[in-house]
Ligand binder design. Structure first.
Ligand code: F6P
Length: 548
């Protein structure tokens, strides 16, 4: 099978970029007074303005032709119908089933997955109700006040991001904490202020073999048992979320307290499954369902809208336009919402673990860029850190700005100030400032001609830097669900066009394997394996200064 960059549609886009690369966005607005309106759409409570992109209607037509050439719509259908599209692991990709609020049947190997999904949801509802009402008590009979989720990657980033984002909806009687890093500091500092008698641990691991999670879980169990002194306490203070009942039982958690999910849920797509248990505990089960509702609304749009009107597909294609034709290497996610502070980190896994691949589904090496580096920080912190490079650096960095009309914390004029910065940044990035404008401004403020001449290049902004603006009325479980699903489908779209499998993650294997060899050497205090000279010297130094 040929690579996508050999298709006529790709080559047409290459030629089109040659024509577009000198186009100024401001001229596009001047030529078409209806541009902002035509390039704004609303889906599932999200309003997206994508007019500040270096694209014309022709660009979009050509991008959609590329998507059609790789049968994007066929792949969308195959995902929603439960086909085994994760070909290297032989699995379906069905996070969309977890939030299938229509309850339409979805078959995997001829069996409808919805009854099982609904059964686990019902168990979650009952458990969440018991913990939140105080019916579920700790070993000493006290009410649970703190929940500690122990997990890493997809078993941490999603629930952690959502819990922070929905903080205004959280119960004050139940605090939720997250421990992921195997650095002992993470666990020690998290549990230090907690009372073992009122703490519930969720051990969240799809495989229940992940070194970091199992190490943290074992230390958490020791902490609990040191305080409560009876093995029987584990059953009241530990629950598990996993696909691996055998390992859960071996760890000592009663499988009656295990919430299952399935191999067709990828770790980085799992917050909608029982991995979302900490979310439901924090904000209540009904709010968790609202989160699923929001995601489902975006799913329905993605599944049924024409590509030309399809929000995630269009955004995926525009991202690809920059990555493959304009040479962009990174993509910035800039939430103007403090409670979305973990969204960039969440999307780093979502996007980079999905699309950081160098071979096609068939194993052929690609010779075009795939997943960009995804990064970001909430505004306005980012403005005072790295926006300098976005405005005046030598790279093009396409950026998504995300904000709400109403804040959950309307304090004086904070929110208008905050959002004024959002709008100002997107305008400045597009408009820039010419050399003459910079010089005139300085002369106007009384600067000498010589100084103005010297400073003008430094105060010139090239502009023409692309941004998307995503607005919502307020950050609710629904709009948040829609936002996350939007990004998932954006990732899907790009993976399909690149011809890669976005749903495996073999790239994390090698380091894990070597770490086990090295751990053994550190424990024995002797370097035995065949390492390169640098690694050997580092290990020798570590062992020498620390002891076995
Ligand atoms: O980092 C690799 C990875 O497999 C991720 O894909 C996954 O989210 C994470 O590890 C955690 O895996 P598990 O839930 O099995 O502990």
């Amino acid at each position: 099978m040929s690579l996508v960059n050999e298709t006529p549609q790709w080559k047409a886009l290459q030629a089109h970029w040659e024509a577009m690369k000198t186009v100024r966005m401001q001229d596009l607005f001047a030529d078409d007074p209806g541009r902002a309106k035509a390039m704004t759409m609303e889906v599932a409570g999200l309003r997206l303005d994508y007019s500040k992109n270096l694209v014309t209607q022709e660009t979009l037509d050509r991008l959609v032709e590329l998507a059609e050439a790789v049968d994007l719509q066929g792949w969308i259908r195959r995902m929603f119908e439960g086909e085994s599209i994760n070909n290297t692991e032989g699995r379906a990709v069905l996070h969309i089933a977890l939030r299938n609020r229509s309850n339409r049947s979805i078959l995997v190997d001829g069996e409808d997955v919805m009854p099982e999904i609904n059964r686990v949801l019902a168990r979650m509802e009952s458990f969440v109700g018991r913990v939140r009402s105080g019916d579920w008590r700790g070993y000493t009979g006290e009410r649970i006040t703190d929940v500690v989720n122990i997990g890493i990657g997809g078993s941490n980033l999603g629930p952690k991001m959502i819990c922070a984002a929905l903080a205004p909806y959280q119960s004050e009687n139940l605090r939720v904490h997250f421990v992921s890093n195997v650095d002992g500091t993470h666990l020690v500092e998290t549990v230090r202020p907690l009372d073992p008698a009122t703490t519930l641990f969720i051990v969240a691991s799809k495989t229940f073999t992940t070194q970091e999670t199992m190490t943290n879980a074992a230390s958490a169990r020791d902490w609990l048992l040191t305080a409560l002194g009876d093995q029987a306490a584990v059953a009241r203070h530990f629950v598990a979320v996993s696909t691996n009942a055998e390992k859960v039982a071996a760890f000592g958690i009663d499988t009656a307290n295990m919430f299952g999910f399935w191999d067709w849920v990828g770790g980085r797509y799992s917050l909608w499954s029982a991995i979302g248990l900490p979310i439901a505990l924090a904000v209540g089960f009904d709010r968790f369902l609202e989160l699923l509702d929001g995601a489902h609304a975006m799913d329905e749009h993605f599944r049924s809208a024409d590509l030309r009107e399809n929000m995630p597909a269009l955004m995926g294609l525009i991202g690809l336009w920059y990555a493959n034709f304009a040479g962009a290497r990174t993509h910035a996610v800039l939430p103007y919402d403090q409670s979305l502070r973990f969204l960039p980190a969440y999307l780093q896994q979502g996007d980079m673990e999905s699309n950081g691949k160098g071979v096609t589904r068939e194993g052929v090496a690609v010779d075009y860029s795939t997943g960009p580096v995804v990064w970001g920080e909430p505004g306005t912190d980012g403005q005072h850190a790295f926006y300098q490079l976005i405005h005046q650096g030598t790279q093009m960095i396409p950026a998504d700005f995300i904000g709400a009309i109403h804040s959950h914390n309307e304090l004086g004029d904070h929110h208008p100030k905050f959002m004024a910065n959002f709008f100002a940044q997107t305008e400045a990035l597009m408009r820039g400032r010419t050399h003459d404008e910079a010089q005139a401004e300085m002369l106007g403020s009384g600067m000498t001609e010589e100084k103005a001449r010297l400073l003008a290049p430094h105060r010139t902004f090239p502009g023409n830097r692309p941004t998307n603006s995503i607005l919502m009325d307020s950050l609710t479980p629904q709009t948040l669900g829609a936002l996350v699903a939007f990004y998932e489908h954006r990732i899907f779209t790009q993976g399909i066009v690149w011809g890669i499998n976005s749903f495996d993650q073999w790239g994390v294997e090698l380091g894990k394997k070597l770490a086990n060899v090295i751990l053994d050497e550190i424990k024995k205090g002797k370097v035995t394996a065949d390492h390169d000279p640098s690694t050997r010297a580092l290990l020798d130094y570590f062992i020498q200064h620390r002891g076995a």
